[in-house]
Design a binder for this molecule. Sequence first.
Ligand code: GDP
Length: 440
Amino acid sequence: METTIVAIATPIGVGGVGVIRLSGPLSLNLLQKIFTPQKEQNFVPRKMVFGKVSFSGVTDDCLAVYFKAPNSFTGEDVVEIQMHGGIRLLEETVKKLLEVGATMAKPGEFSKRAVINGKMDITQAEGLIDMIYADSIKEMQVASSQMRGELYEEIKNIQNEIKDNIAHIEVALDFPEHEETFAEEKLKNELPNIIKKLQKLTNTSEVGNKIKNGVNVCLVGKPNVGKSSVLNALVGYDRAIVTDIEGTTRDTINEGYTYKNIKFNVTDTAGLRESEDIVEKEGIKRSIKSIENSDFVVFLFDNAKNSAESDKISTYNAQNFAKVLNKIDLKSNNNTKNFDLCISAKENVGIEELKELIYQKTINQSLLSEKVIITNLRHEKLLKESIENLQKALNDLQVVSLDCISVPILRAWELLGEITGETANESIIDAIFSKFCLGK
Ligand code: GDP
């Protein structure tokens, strides 16, 4: 018999309210062993019941709700208990439920059961986790689209097109003299289109990764150009120490801001200059590494100094960057035409323009407006492998027999099935859900 699992569903800490969740055939039965309703009443599905949880001489007022299978998150009988949110209280209640017959849930086990019971597919469960961890509106929008099954639909449609071709190959293998040429023609016409659709979907991962992890922006420049001041202006509060003592920022400092619903991670690097100081040297080494790992580098220059330096500065391995002149509140002879943008971090001038510049240079607008965006590396990898298999089939079309062609086509179909979970084996499913949080 399926076990009845239990876990604290709210974050581990202190809160006004904490929720314990049970799922499995004994959920209601176990609840009734520790919970007494205030009035004599039966549990009606989806109706809150006020009562008391009592054990070891402790009594807490709480609310309990029962969801009858299959109309629950997991598709099983589910119970949720809302109690006061003290961690010890919640843990002791779980302990009591374990004593009376519940089993401790593994991370992601509620969602895993929901998938196994057909309440959702894996992409929807992954969307749900992305929603929980999201920290920008765009990330939530993509997660909710995935939760609604839009990625699932897209993959399913492509899988159906592949399946249609597999069916024609099978008929052709049975009746080669009539069907072989037809099946080959069909593959020649349709495989490129299927590959194109998969490629289009895969391409969205470029913006998808940025939506999920944030756009990495690195501030680089000589000591005292105002890197820490620019970081503070971008994030909107005094995160980094600003001084006029050179070499103050010895390590990299990271902080985030959100612009147009997208998260940007800014790194304030140690100023790049020749230094004999070991700590500063290490900081400079890290700065160069940050440049290489960034989506965008802002090379800052000091208006109080001669900007001829701007022509000399190395851009290291930066692929995508802008030259920005800071301290334009100070008078100088610098030629502003040498720079992409002129700002004053101190006076908060040009900061919105800097955010817009970074946004424009890092976010591909046409990818951003796609209905389905890939944000998950697992999906991206499977899509790429699927494309490779279809490409192989297309390349081999004139060279090998139809039954050999069907092997990579079938593999492409299976790989897409791993995205939705349809063809994912137990160990793949376990690996996916083990990354989920406890109680979800
Ligand atoms: P970092 O070493 O590149 O991180 O530079 P800081 O942000 O610590 O700034 C160095 C000095 O330049 C500090 O005294 C800041 O107040 C000053 N500073 C930074 N930005 C501006 C600006 O836009 N205008 C003026 N006038 N001073 C600035």
